[in-house]
Design a protein around this ligand. Structure first.
Ligand SMILES: [Zn+2]
Length: 431
């Protein structure tokens, strides 16, 4: 098939990318018609083919969505959902039942949400599968999250921090003390950053303890505990246990309530090194979150040493990207955010190397706030978010938006990718 014909085929199928599920569709075609019961091996082959397709495409999640007249198969790749196939109702049900069997979920159980885990061998890698099913009006929906240990062996040098941010982080690691907070919304890579720090710290032969929900990846040489709400083993309880276990470094997967916030801050004040994440729009927003949980300004001023905020940006495919002049709309968007307009911005056509997506892999955009005396003074004076952000801008602090724009200028990502982030612009808009 010539390249132009291949491109045409993809264009006509733009809404459903069947080229992402070639193994699955092949197995579906080979299976018996819906009027006959499928054999066990046919079912196993279909499930296996779907997992192989998704892993080949570097998907992190598979969704099987029942809808009127069919079952939609979708992949999340680099954070973005793609329609990958449309199966018939009976094909979709067969596949969902097979995954239930694989995950030891009772096949007749369909009225309550269920969760299960199992591992899947993919070549020489062992993939951790988290299967979640939920009864929806149109039928049973299934989502499969795939955790690949290969995706987490990141060194902090590989996160995309850039020279200035990286040196700030390394500076903290050289003089370990206080609380290291990664702030951001769900799915922005906060946990990956903490895991990268843990990998670095475990080289130092110290006692490292974590409490997580869930433990996404097991790291040799680190004592990881899992939150268990059913047994009231919360982040706060985990923190108390960690403190009794003589920790050198502690990691709390997330601070999300007053109890864990106050214990964490108290431990940091008493000299413990603690790393954690907080849901907040940006670095300064983490301070407000802690205030809302009842942490007092003078406690924060003593405990918090670094706040990082980040977003994950899809990287343009190096094989098909091209530069162009920014459009009038691009200019207006950037000017509204008081960001400089680059002379050129980058796009991608889509090619075989990137499965026609135009992007391949992700990198982080970061803001690293290493708190200084003047910052602490503002916190102690109970300055609000806006005042602290203005103060940081005036003293030349590199914001998240600025770091992301550097990646646009370098052609690592596109301006379109930046625009997709909700809340991204909030820290830099003048009020
Ligand atoms: Zn490409």
């Amino acid at each position: 098939m010539s390249e132009s014909v291949a491109t045409e085929k993809v264009r006509t199928n733009r809404s459903i990318r069947e080229d992402l599920t070639t193994h699955l569709l092949n197995e579906v075609q080979k299976a018996r018609p819906a009027s006959e019961d499928p054999t066990e091996s046919e079912l196993a082959n279909m499930a296996d083919a779907l997992l192989r397709d998704s892993l080949r495409e570097r998907a992190t999640d598979i969704h099987l969505d029942p809808q009127s007249g069919g079952c939609r198969v979708r992949f999340r790749i680099d954070g973005v959902m793609h329609d990958a196939a449309l199966l018939t109702v009976s094909q979709g049900n067969r596949l969902i039942n097979q995954f239930k069997t694989m995950a030891d979920i009772d096949p007749v159980h369909m009225f309550f949400p269920e969760e299960a885990r199992r591992t899947y061998d993919f070549g020489d890698r062992e993939i951790d599968l988290r299967v979640t099913m939920a009864p929806c009006l149109s039928g049973t929906k299934m989502a499969i999250r795939m955790l690949d240990p290969e995706n987490v062996e990141h060194r902090i040098d590989d996160l995309g921090l850039g020279e200035v941010n990286l040196s700030q982080l390394k500076d903290w690691m050289e003089n370990l003390h206080g609380m290291f907070v990664v702030a951001g919304p769900t799915g922005c890579g906060k946990t990956t950053t903490l895991y990268a720090l843990l990998h670095e710290l475990k080289q130092r032969a110290r006692n490292i303890l974590t409490i997580e929900d869930p433990v996404e990846y097991q790291i040799d040489g680190i004592n990881q505990m899992q939150v268990n709400d059913r047994h009231r083993f919360t982040f706060a309880e985990g923190l108390k246990v960690m403190l009794r276990l003589d920790p050198d470094y502690m990691m709390v997967g997330e601070i999300r309530d007053p109890a864990s916030a106050n214990i964490a801050v108290d431990a940091s004040i008493k000299g413990r090194v603690l790393m954690t994440t907080i849901h907040a729009v940006d670095a300064v927003g983490a301070i407000t979150s802690m205030r809302n949980w009842g942490v007092r300004d003078h406690e924060m001023g003593t405990a918090v040493t670094v706040v990082v905020t980040q977003r994950l940006l899809r990287k343009l495919c190096p094989h098909c990207k091209y530069a162009d002049k920014p459009t009038d709309l691009d200019q207006q968007w950037l000017e509204a955010l008081r960001l400089p307009v680059p002379s050129e911005v980058w796009h991608a056509h889509g090619c075989e190397e990137c499965s026609q997506l135009g992007y391949r892999g992700r990198t982080g955009a970061f803001e690293v706030w290493r708190l200084q005396e003047d910052d602490y003074a503002l916190i102690l004076a109970h300055a609000d978010d806006h005042t602290i952000r203005q103060h940081l801008r005036i003293k030349g602090h590199t914001t998240l938006a600025m770091h992301a724009l550097q990646k646009v200028e370098q052609g690592i990502t596109s301006l379109d990718e930046l625009k997709t982030f909700s809340g991204f612009a909030a820290p830099v808009v003048r009020r």
